[in-house]
Design a protein around this ligand. Sequence first.
Ligand code: KIV
Ligand code: NA
Length: 278
Amino acid sequence: KPKVTIQTLQSMRKSKEPITMLTAYDYPTALACSSNPSIDVTLVGDSLAQVCLGYRSTTQLTLDQMIHHASAVARGTTHPLLVADMPFGSYHASIDDAINNAIRMVRESQVEAVKLEGGQEIVNLVQKLTSIGIPVMAHVGLLPQRHISLSGYKVQGKNVASALALLRAAKALEEAGAFSMVVEAVPKELGRYITQNVNIPTIGIGAGPWTNGQVLVWDDAMGTWPGHKAKFVRRFANLQPVRDMGVQSFANAIKDGSFPDPQRESYSMEQAEWTRFL
Ligand code: KIV
Ligand code: NA
């Protein structure tokens, strides 16, 4: 399977072939994303904070933690384009600071592009990163890094004013050089309208069926945990009961003495050696 590039995604947008993106947080999940030729993009999302590290919010994730995990994902990634979120606080203090942090992500983790949440206020930064050769995936709509100021994880762009603001932000980010954008938690009508009005691939999550692609968090899609399931999530597998059964069987087999089996799962010493040993 040839490497997916920015150009590949642009061609897919033009030919209307849906783009698939899944998150990964470590080497095994990276291998899983790379195991299927139909996965186009692997995203080291900052959802890493909650689903992998047990924090309550993405705002608790540090740049060093992201780099540590993104490096592991990079080691397991083959054909998918590899994108990673810049964590909260790593791209707002100043343009210089943001550039240095983005360079660290590329250099230390081998990610191919960075994803940034925001609208007009990050346009200059997107322009600057793009100009120095660091591809940027934008992220508009619901911005989880701002869940406090947004008073929760709510659908965005439900009225005319906020929908217009979102559309303007999307266009400004495209103009600044973003090669693609995630559109999160907006009405399906707006997901379609933004997609029709920008010339870069949109990848939706809770943005309806008419974006150029779809992304889900690994653990939501694979059902590795019983946590809160948003309306836009579909479970494509249900791994938790399988995992629980594995743990139960392991414990049972030890408690009842059936593991390890003396023939199949144990080593032996030659009888003569054993007799001399005794
Ligand atoms: O952090 C994340 O996993 C994301 C995707 C859900 C788009 O940003
Ligand atoms: Na994210």
